[in-house]
Design a protein around this ligand. Structure first.
Ligand code: ATP
Length: 301
């Protein structure tokens, strides 16, 4: 109990004013349990998840009043399937991801989960349904166990270990000087990029959430780490609704649906085979330029 209490206490301290700052820094918004700052609507209900299908309907959004980043975005991420967002830098892919846990709200339009407008559900229930894995996983000051537990403060040790096993992290954790009690973060042991990613995946897995938002790493790992991270991600993605900002060709090719974004709208959507064969299509052109979908894919293919 005490062990569960400590991280919860730290979380509460962290929460103060961090919610937006961390989104901007793209660092720790995998900590979706930060208590939402804005109050829920008085009539807000708990989100009732069935398939975890996510629908964007005519979504317009800008970070300030005089700019529009998303200009009427429409797409559906089917429940239990993987939807890959691709498109040029600045197209708005990260912005789409940040609207799903409601770090920001659309200026117009709706985002629905299983038919419920997420603006009308409690933020807590919304965020409980979502796990997030960022490009650059953030490790807090604390032990490896604490760092996984941030995904769900009430998780038991057994659940933490199970998440670590599914994230292919258990063995390297046991090889650390103090196993799960090994300190990480600024004053702790240094972990490799691949190990940090697997801890971040374990943190997401311990949430056991039906929706996984994934910002795929662009930095290349060595082949062995790459394979371990890929296996961990395959575990995490299985059976969930996944929306991934895809940087690796293998992810895009395997996605159930690809959404090609350009200038804040959906330029094309479909499977890899359909889009790649479309003459003069944006995806076909991006694909033949090997960018942006394959530009970091040295190890994966
Ligand atoms: P990339 O592949 O380079 O990450 P992206 O497709 O994910 O690009 P976004 O990061 O969503 O695109 O950015 C879309 C636009 O919104 C850009 O012009 C960007 O500068 C701006 N932007 C992104 N995040 C913020 C923020 N927190 N505050 C203000 N502007 C932002």
């Amino acid at each position: 109990l005490l062990m569960a209490y400590e991280p919860a206490k730290r979380l509460a301290r962290l929460q103060v004013s961090l919610e937006r700052a961390v989104v901007n820094a793209r660092m720790i918004y995998e900590i979706l349990d930060l208590k939402p700052r804005q109050a829920d609507r008085p009539d807000a209900k708990a989100l009732a998840v069935t398939d975890a299908t996510i629908t964007f309907k005519d979504v317009r959004f800008g970070y300030s009043d005089n700019e529009t980043i998303l200009k009427g975005l429409n797409f559906t991420a089917e429940g239990g399937k993987t939807t890959a967002l691709v498109g040029p830098s600045g197209a708005g892919k990260s912005t789409v991801i940040s609207l799903i846990p409601r770090f920001y709200d659309p200026a117009e339009g709706e985002i629905l989960i299983d038919g419920q407008d997420i603006a009308h559900v409690t933020k807590q229930s919304l965020r409980n349904a979502i796990a997030y894995v960022s490009q650059q996983p953030y490790l807090f000051e604390g032990t490896i166990r604490d760092n996984i537990r941030y995904g769900r403060p009430e998780a038991t040790d057994a659940e933490i270990e199970e998440a670590a096993r599914h994230a292919y992290a258990h063995d390297f954790i046991l090889a650390q000087p103090l196993g799960y009690e090994t300190p990480v973060g600024e004053n702790g042991v240094t972990l490799s990029g691949g190990q940090r990613q697997r801890l971040s995946i374990a943190r997401a897995l311990v949430r056991n959430a039906p929706i996984l938002l994934l910002d795929e790493a662009t930095s290349a790992l060595d082949t062995e780490s790459e394979q371990a991270v890929q296996k961990a991600l395959d575990e995490a993605m299985s059976g969930r609704t996944v929306v991934v900002i895809a940087h690796r060709l293998s992810t895009v090719v395997r996605a159930d649906k690809i959404i090609v974004m350009q200038d804040g709208a959906v330029a094309e959507e479909g499977s890899h085979a359909t889009l790649a064969s479309r003459e003069n299509g944006l995806y076909a052109r991006l694909n033949s330029l090997q960018a942006p979908v394959a530009n970091t894919d040295k190890n994966a293919e």
